[in-house]
Design a protein around this ligand. Structure first.
Ligand code: SF4
Ligand code: FES
Length: 252
């Protein structure tokens, strides 16, 4: 028997994976039908490749179509499905169910610190307002005829913070943000960092002045929650510290 034939035979005899049962305990909220939030548990059949997003789809499609949550890309790129899973901010589409403790119900609730609208959906407007305030765009006075050249070393300085997908997992894991909704929050500072340290940009001073405000970087208590929550592995606390140092220097 050739090797190729042996592989085909092995595939034929492979047992299909059996699903396992998981209980998902969801924090539900719909102000149109009930004034308070409450917990509801669903049981779903999951496979080892399934993520919490698949569990939510299974519940919505097969058990309760009123369940509300946001998602788009399903692959960790769009940043729309940040939620609290077993008390920790994560992306539902990047959290494998088998990696969680499934001996008890897996809790899933909306991220904290932003107004709850329905089930797992929060009002993201305050988050994006803070983001807009730090001028998240390149500011340059010249109009070059060709690309602005940047050295590899200069690009490296802000490489980490270019990875942000604006999921809000960092900002909504920050205890300062929970108690003070005026605080810009880690995500806005990360995105300010991305432009402050860009050698092609001319608006660093303005952004540093904005973040030197009483609701700016000095509110950060270095709890590292943001760094732990970031699904892109961005060193959020380090970026905030670098912005603080730039403010003290008075330049990037
Ligand atoms: S820094 Fe990380 S956690 Fe915060 S918004 Fe960006 S991607 Fe999300
Ligand atoms: S659905 Fe896009 S990041 Fe999860």
């Amino acid at each position: 028997m050739t090797t190729a034939t042996a592989n085909v035979d092995e595939r034929k005899t492979e047992e299909p994976e059996k699903p396992f049962k998981v209980q998902i305990k969801l924090r539900r909220y719909d102000p149109e039908t009930r004034p308070d939030a409450y917990w509801e548990t669903f049981e779903v059949d999951m496979y080892s490749t399934d993520r919490i997003l698949d569990a939510l789809h299974s519940i919505k499609w097969d058990q309760d179509s009123t369940l509300a949550f946001r998602r788009s890309c399903a692959h960790g790129i769009c940043g729309s499905d940040a939620m609290r899973i077993n008390g920790r901010n994560r992306l539902a589409c990047k959290t494998l169910v088998k990696d969680l403790d499934i001996t008890k119900p897996v809790t899933v609730e909306a991220i904290k610190g932003l107004p709850l609208e329905r089930d797992l959906i929060v009002d993201m407007d305050p988050f994006f307002e803070a983001y807009k305030e730090i001028h998240p765009f390149l500011v340059a006075s010249d109009k070059p005829e060709k690309e602005r050249i940047q050295s590899i070393a200069d690009r490296d300085i802000f490489d980490d913070t270019t990875k942000c997908i604006l999921c809000a997992a960092c900002t909504t894991s920050c205890p300062v943000f929970w108690t003070d909704g005026q605080y810009f929050g880690p995500a806005a500072i990360v995105n300010a960092h991305r432009f402050i340290f860009d050698s092609r940009d001319e608006d660093a001073k303005t952004r540093l002045d904005i973040l030197n405000d009483k609701e700016g970087v000095w509110r950060c208590r270095t709890t590292f929650n943001c760094t732990e929550a970031c699904p892109r592995g961005i060193e959020v606390t380090k970026a905030i510290a670098e912005v603080k140092q730039a403010i003290l220097r008075g330049k990037r």
